[in-house]
Design a binder for this molecule. Structure first.
Ligand code: PLP
Length: 304
């Protein structure tokens, strides 16, 4: 069984000229490699699995080549001594995954890979069935790590220190994190999700997991998953110079830029206290920079 780690996550105020106060909760600092929401989304899932005392425990999950979730599951396995397998989208990576920073790090953490074609990857039910037949004692974690236990695990991101904020904001991918924030928020707190994927079913999924209607979703301007705009790269570099807080270009960079835009437009009532959860994802910067370099574009230069 895993113990809930002692954790004291700082909340930092961001000095701006807006008529609201903006703060960041640095969940990215919870663990160097299993940052932010991923830690808590995995925590109860793995704990419940270990309670059943499986022989040779094994975590199996899915993800793309630059996935934060793949990086986190591999690091979680390494930290707690559990074997991990990643089912990776795109069998073209089979011969050159070593050049991919996320996968080479995951491999160093002890993860084994199964590469599948993009077509086969779409059929998760079939893949899950095949892998659970092959590894009957394993825990198969869904892509992005979101399920009911993940939603429950997100409660550890909230506490006495988050009670006084009017808005709790997070980036939204598969919806598990915002569902947990919504479920465990105080009465009267508003939960704001910045969507970074195009998925019209998200609202319904989140409502099912959370059971509460206290959340609202807003599209990030560049709301296509994996798309990195020049403007957002500039914002991330500026934000780091200004506040010394690193952001990633897929989730937290879009989250903070959108919050700034909303504050500028007067979306939040004057005097509101707005808290953004920094959910990590910084491992993705290396991969993003490879892509930006190939295109001859400005790089994310955070000097980490
Ligand atoms: C850094 C980061 N922030 C936010 C999210 C969104 O979380 P969720 O998929 O639970 O909506 C993810 C995806 O897990 C992520 O990697």
């Amino acid at each position: 069984m895993l113990q809930i780690p002692e954790h004291k996550i700082p909340i930092t105020e961001i000095e701006t000229n807006f008529d609201v106060q903006i703060f960041v909760k640095r969940e990215d600092l919870i663990h160097q490699k299993i940052s932010g929401n991923k830690f808590w989304k995995l925590f109860l899932n793995v704990n419940q699995y270990l309670e059943s005392k499986p022989q040779n425990p094994l975590l199996i999950t899915f993800g793309g080549a630059f996935s934060n979730h793949i990086a986190s599951v591999s690091a979680f396995g390494k930290e707690f001594g559990i074997k991990t397998v990643g089912i990776i989208r795109g069998n073209e990576l089979e011969n050159n995954w070593q050049e991919n920073p996320t996968l080479s790090e995951a491999s160093k953490n002890g993860m084994d890979f199964h590469f599948v074609s993009r077509e086969d990857y779409q059929n998760k039910e079939k893949l899950t069935e095949n892998f659970s037949n092959q590894y009957p004692n394993s825990l198969i974690i869904p892509e992005g790590g979101s399920n009911e236990s993940a939603v429950e695990g997100v409660q550890y991101m909230l506490g006495n220190d988050t009670k006084d904020f009017d808005y709790l904001c997070t980036a939204v991918g598969t919806g598990g994190t915002i569902a947990g924030i919504s479920k465990f928020a105080e009465a009267g707190q508003k939960v704001l999700g910045i969507k970074v994927v195009r998925d019209d079913s998200l609202e319904k999924t989140i409502l099912e997991w959370s059971g509460k209607g206290n959340f609202e979703l807003v599209n990030a301007d560049e709301n296509r998953y994996g798309k990195i705009s020049e403007e957002n790269v500039r914002f991330i570099n500026w934000f780091f110079d200004e506040y010394q807080i690193p952001l990633d270009p897929i989730y937290t960079g879009k989250l903070m830029q959108t919050i700034f835009e909303l504050a500028q437009k007067g979306f939040f009532p004057k005097g509101s206290k707005v808290l953004a959860f920094h959910t990590g994802g910084l491992q993705g910067i290396k991969g993003a920079n490879l892509f930006l370099k190939n295109k001859g574009r400005e790089l994310i230069s955070l000097n980490l």
